[in-house]
Write a protein that binds this ligand. Structure first.
Ligand code: CAA
Length: 246
């Protein structure tokens, strides 16, 4: 397998950490961004203890100017970004009639606008080198909607609209663009859902349990591999059977 440089945004989070581990395990150089230096340093040490050296660069995915600088810093440290996983994401769950403008914009900025901010500085290099893999980490709730997540569902659905447009524009340049839509995975984000609500959600999952982060990372690695060169514009649902729309 060719060793490449992969950037996983939000790599210090639950699903992000699993993607970083998986891609590093395949021999890639892996980079991620962070906002909080103390949290990032603790995470970097934990990864290093497992033999995974991650290229860490400070940068907020909501800030387009910071993202440009972040990408240039990663390129200087680890080489051009050939694999990009737009994974950074947050929730601000509340019913829409109570939602503030800030709860709306925080979620749309972090989940959707970040795709512009991070992808824009890498796309020209991928096109020039005629190779690239871009994966958006969307959500089951972008596909089916979710009570209390008008902001998140709108942003996550928008991510796949981004995928299918970018896929068309860049297919001739050896760049594939795909979406992975995880269901409810046992991360801090899902564990923050009130227990009684979460239990009702788990009861709707045919496989009968929450997903594991490595089950999502496996799919990302599938899309980013050399052999996935004819798969572009796809949306892969990984949700234990929770939503089977097509
Ligand atoms: N369908 C219909 N009614 C629902 C409902 C649903 N799915 N969920 C809640 N309700 C009802 C309740 O039964 C209650 O009804 P009554 O008032 O008649 O008793 C009412 O809604 C409560 O409404 P409120 O406006 O008072 O809501 P709240 O402030 O108590 O909280 C909530 C609502 C924040 C949405 C809470 O239910 C919640 O956290 N839900 C989970 C949202 C969720 O799934 N988030 C996913 C986070 S993880 C993630 O996003 C990762 C990923 O990609 C999957």
């Amino acid at each position: 397998m060719t060793q490449r440089t992969a950037l996983v945004t939000g790599g210090t989070g639950g699903i992000g950490s699993a993607i970083v581990r998986y891609l590093a395990g395949q021999g890639h150089r892996v980079a991620t961004n962070y906002r909080d230096p103390d949290k990032a340093e603790a995470w970097r040490k934990a990864m290093a203890a497992d033999g995974i050296e991650v290229c860490m660069v400070q940068g907020d995915v909501c800030d387009p100017v910071a993202c440009e600088a972040m990408i240039r810093a990663i390129e200087a440290k680890c080489g051009p970004v050939d694999i990009l996983v737009n994974n950074a994401g947050i929730t601000r769950d509340t019913t829409f009639h109570k939602m503030t403008y800030e709860q709306w914009t925080d979620v749309v900025n972090t989940n959707l606008n970040a795709c512009f901010n991070v992808t824009r500085p890498v796309i020209e290099g991928m096109r020039a080198r005629k190779w690239g893999r871009i994966v958006q980490i969307s959500s089951i709730n972008g596909q089916k909607g979710q009570y209390g997540q008008a902001n998140y569902a709108a942003a996550k659905a928008g991510m796949h609209g981004f995928t299918i447009s970018l896929a068309q524009e860049n297919a001739k340049f050896g760049i594939t663009v795909n979406t992975v839509s995880p269901g409810y995975v046992g991360t801090d984000m899902v564990m923050a859902v009130p227990e009684e609500v979460r239990e009702k959600i788990v009861a709707q999952i045919p496989v009968g349990r929450l997903g594991r982060p490595d089950e999502i990372a496996h799919a990302v690695a599938f899309f980013t591999g050399d052999q996935a060169s004819w798969i572009t514009g796809a949306n892969l649902a990984i949700n234990g059977g929770h939503y089977m729309g097509w």
